[in-house]
Write a protein that binds this ligand. Structure first.
Ligand code: DX5
Ligand code: ZN
Length: 229
């Protein structure tokens, strides 16, 4: 781990070949597997539950980064932790007692993450920033992979970077939605440290291996946004 991680979101995987596709991600150098859990209420789509997390756990050693786009996430934390989640990320919009929910995630032995929808201001999570192990900025409207990247998300990442640094927090600052070889450098420049990608990996025209490698290549480039030497 080099301080930056690529999280492959299986939302765009071929589910008839999920095990093989996760294995390719792993051998290509993906750091985490991102699992998008949707309930058809909080977002207009229904996807996966603990059963899929448990299946992923059996085929990979990579940490499972579980993004809960569901109402009442506190009712399902234990099931996802038992299924093998390494991190559980809950939406501020769904958690009336966000601090307690984050503490419960930690007590289950998981990395506690909080995520903001694109229209939710940073101030809504300010009081829990010191508690969070991961802060996720959604750079698309949640529900589907392949959405349009929202450029204003970069300012939100920069704001969170300043706030996390001021707190002395080493929390991951993750971005999710429309991340590809063009948008990743902008988000890295803004201060993000973890990059989720579904389509850029699983729908890459040259395949999954090339998709992961194209993102990794951007992490190695140290000149993002810098003036030409
Ligand atoms: C959006 C999900 C994302 C999604 C990203 O609701 O949280 O993780 O899979 O897909 P891409 O990378 O295709 O925008
Ligand atoms: Zn996600």
């Amino acid at each position: 781990m080099n301080g930056f991680v690529i999280a492959a979101s299986i939302l765009s995987a071929d589910f008839t070949r999920l095990g093989q596709e996760i294995a390719v991600c792993e051998s290509a150098g993906a750091d985490w597997i991102h699992v998008d859990v949707m309930d058809g209420h909080f977002v207009p789509n229904i996807t996966m539950g603990p059963f899929i997390v448990e299946a992923c756990k059996r085929v990979t050693k990579l940490p499972l980064d579980v993004h809960l786009m569901i109402e009442k996430p506190e009712q399902y934390l234990e099931a996802f932790a038992k299924a093998g989640a390494s991190g559980l990320t809950v939406h501020v919009e769904t958690c009336p007692q966000l601090d307690q929910t984050l503490l419960e995630i930690k007590s289950l032995g998981c990395r506690a993450g909080v995520v903001l929808n694109p229209e939710t201001p940073v101030r809504q999570i300010e009081s829990v920033l010191a508690l969070a192990d991961l802060v996720l900025v959604l750079s698309v409207h949640p529900g589907f992979s392949g959405g349009k990247f929202i450029p204003e998300s970069a300012a939100k990442v920069a704001d969170l970077r300043r706030k996390l640094d001021a707190l002395g927090s080493s929390a991951w600052l993750e971005v999710d939605g429309g991340i590809n070889a063009e948008t990743l450098p902008k988000m890295k420049e803004a201060g993000a440290t973890a990059f989720v990608a579904a389509s850029a990996i699983f729908k890459h025209p040259q395949g999954i291996l090339a998709g992961v490698q194209a993102l990794r290549a951007q992490l190695k480039n140290k000149n993002h946004g810098a003036a030409a030497p």
